[in-house]
Design a protein around this ligand. Structure first.
Ligand SMILES: O=C(O)CCC(=O)C(=O)O
Length: 280
C-alpha cells in the first residue's frame, strides 16, 4: 500500500525539527541543495575530466544482494565508461557509500552540511554514490538520521515505516546484517516473501537538487535507473540513538541478552582500569 510524503521548500531549522525530526517523519526538502557549490558542478563529464585517473573502490553487487558484495578498484575514467556502456550482467558495479573526504577530498567543500541537526544527534559524515541501473538492498539505520541529496540525475527510493518491520524479513539480531532485509529487489518472490506485499510504503522519485530526510529506523531501498550522483550525510553516535520502535523491541531484547556474557567478561577489567586511572 502506498502512502505519501511532504515536499517542503527550504524549511527553517525550527520547522524541520518540530514537524519532521522530532516526529521521525521523512520529508523531501527542496531549495537547499541548489545553493551548494556542488550543484551544477558535479556531473559525469566534470568528474571524468578532472579526476580521470583517480582510483575508487567500486562495489560489485550480484542479483541485488548487497550483503555479499565484493569491492574492486577502478579509475574514475573506467567506471564512467562502464556506466555509459550499459551492461546486461546480473553483477552491477556501484560507487556506493564512499567517504568524500577519503576519495575525492577536493570536493568536500562543495557540499554544505545542513544545520537541521546538531551535536545532540552526534557527528556528521558524508559519503557519495554514483550509480546507474542498480538496486540497493532494503535496510534501516539504527544509529541516527540521514539526508540524501541529489546533485545529478534522479534516484528512486522506497521507504517503509518502522511499524512495517514485521513484514520485511529482517536478518536476525545475532548477525552483522541485522539492519538489513533478506529481500533483494522491489518485487521479491511472492512465495518466499509473501508478507512483504502487506507492508505500507512510500515510493519517491528524488530529483536533482532535492534532499530526502531518512529518519532513524525507517527502512529504505533504492533503485537507480539513469546515471545519478548523490551524497548521503549521516548523523549518529556509536550507541543506540533513540529507543527502537515497538516492532523491533523483541529483536533488540534478544540482542541485549546475547550480549550479557561478553559484558560480564569485559566489565571487571574496565572497572579495574578505571580504578587504576583514578589512583594514579
Ligand atoms: O543510494 C543508495 O544506493 C543507498 C543509499 C542508502 O541506502 C542510505 O542512504 O542509507
Amino acid at each position: 500500500m502506498t502512502t505519501t510524503i511532504d515536499r517542503v521548500e527550504n524549511p527553517t531549522v525550527d520547522e524541520f525539527r518540530e514537524n519532521y525530526l522530532s516526529k521521525e517523519k521523512p520529508v523531501i526538502i527542496t531549495g537547499v541543495v541548489k545553493h551548494w557549490p556542488a550543484y551544477g558542478k558535479w556531473n559525469p563529464e566534470y568528474l571524468e575530466k578532472t579526476y580521470a585517473d583517480r582510483m575508487l573502490p567500486i562495489t560489485a553487487i550480484t542479483d541485488g544482494d548487497y550483503c555479499s558484495a565484493l569491492t574492486k578498484e577502478l579509475s574514475v575514467r573506467d567506471y564512467m565508461s562502464y556506466l555509459n556502456e550499459g551492461h546486461k550482467s546480473n553483477t552491477k558495479y556501484y560507487l556506493a557509500e564512499q567517504p568524500v573526504k577519503d576519495h575525492l577530498p577536493e570536493l568536500q567543500d562543495d557540499m554544505i552540511i545542513p544545520t537541521y541537526f546538531d551535536e545532540r544527534e552526534g557527528g556528521a559524515h558524508s559519503v557519495f554514490y554514483i550509480g546507474k541501473d542498480n538496486f540497493s538492498q532494503l535496510h534501516y539505520h539504527e544509529f541516527g538520521s540521514a539526508v540524501c541529496s541529489i546533485l545529478y540525475g534522479e534516484k528512486n527510493f522506497r521507504l517503509f515505516p518502522p511499524s512495517e518491520s514485521k513484514y520485511l524479513y529482517k536478518y536476525p539480531f545475532n548477525t552483522p546484517l541485522s539492519n538489513m532485509s533478506k529481500t533483494t529487489s522491489l518485487e521479491p518472490d511472492r512465495d518466499e516473501f509473501p508478507l512483504y506485499y502487506k507492508a505500507k510504503y512510500i515510493d519517491i522519485a528524488l530529483k536533482e537538487g532535492e534532499m530526502l530526510f531518512i529518519p532513524v529506523y525507517w527502512w529504505h531501498s533504492i533503485r537507480n535507473f539513469d546515471l545519478n550522483i548523490a551524497t548521503v550525510t549521516f548523523w549518529g553516535r556509536d550507541i543506540w540513538y533513540r529507543h527502537p520502535p515497538p516492532a523491533l523491541w523483541i529483536d533488540y531484547l534478544y540482542q541485549f541478552i546475547r550480549g550479557i556474557p561478553s559484558l560480564t567478561k569485559t566489565l571487571p577489567k574496565r572497572i579495574s582500569n578505571q580504578f587504576k586511572k583514578i589512583m594514579s
